[in-house]
Design a protein around this ligand. Sequence first.
Ligand SMILES: Nc1ncnc2c1ncn2[C@@H]1O[C@H](COP(=O)(O)OP(=O)(O)OP(=O)(O)O)[C@@H](O)[C@H]1O
Length: 328
Amino acid sequence: MIEVEHLSKIYGSTAAITDVTFSVEPGEILGFLGPNGAGKTTTMRILAGYLPATNGKAKIAGYDVHENSLAIRQKIGYLPETPPLYPEMTVEGFLHFVARIKGVSAGDRRQKVEAAMQRCNLQEKRKVIIRKLSKGYRQRVGIAQAIVHDPPAIILDEPTVGLDPRQIIDVRNLIKSLAGTHTIILSTHILPEVSMTCSRVAIINRGKVVAINTPENLMTQLTGGSGYELEITGEAALAKQVLQNVSGVILVESMPTSYQNRPHLRVISEPGTEPGKDIAAALIRGGFDLYEMRRVSASLEDVFLQLTTEEKNLQPETDTAETEGENA
Ligand SMILES: Nc1ncnc2c1ncn2[C@@H]1O[C@H](COP(=O)(O)OP(=O)(O)OP(=O)(O)O)[C@@H](O)[C@H]1O
């Protein structure tokens, strides 16, 4: 449904995105996850037909987003970071207006606007002037305007930014309810958002896609799904240096200090390694006291941190070689 091939965008001397390639299957929700400035908005705007790419191609529902930008606007729903709302219109009036400019026929408009309001839980607010709505309701109107013409593909740029926790849950549930019947790309810098809402995740960092997979596979492929939490005494920064040199350790991060104010660290190990004994030995040798050491499962956060701080790429999965000889 969405195919992106070798997309690049250069602003003056800044490469905002470089060689971005991915595809999204019909009915899927793909999370586009990256830190600030990673290139999410640039990619979303190119896909929505609002920004030409410097190189590469993107197609949605078979249409090239650049060559057929008018057709694309009917085939997609787009929610930019700041929803394009007319504050003096009522919710219903605005959605009728958007439906008209998106090419919905006069005969279908009432039904489409009703369906979008129902989906976004806006019926009670239909007569309210948009300016008077809370931020959460305005975001729902933003999503309603993106789906009012019932497009097969929806592009949502940071749809939950600035919402309170209750509103975030509502908007995420709304997005999830659109999966299956719509193909969705959702950009975000919030990790729980992708694990809660998306079937696959593309992690983008400094303009490049550094990993793309299901949240579960990202965790197991990259980290083997395991690590350790440590409570120690001494300088956390020094302990981190010591631990980084232990064979099998790929990431060490600081956690909030324990209630006794002792440094608390999380260590992620390479898949298939068990460096627990070496971690303990290295700490003791380094003069640190080890108060607690627990095995923990890796989280998507670990994957994200690793990919966006060290820029390690995922190796393609290999199902041969490594066990050769073991069964002999
Ligand atoms: N119009 C522009 N002119 C020059 N540089 C730009 C422009 N728009 C974006 N950039 C640069 O391109 C890079 C990617 O920006 P982009 O807005 O796509 O990132 P993002 O992942 O959406 O970030 P955020 O989460 O902060 O919105 C950044 O380095 C940014 O400074």
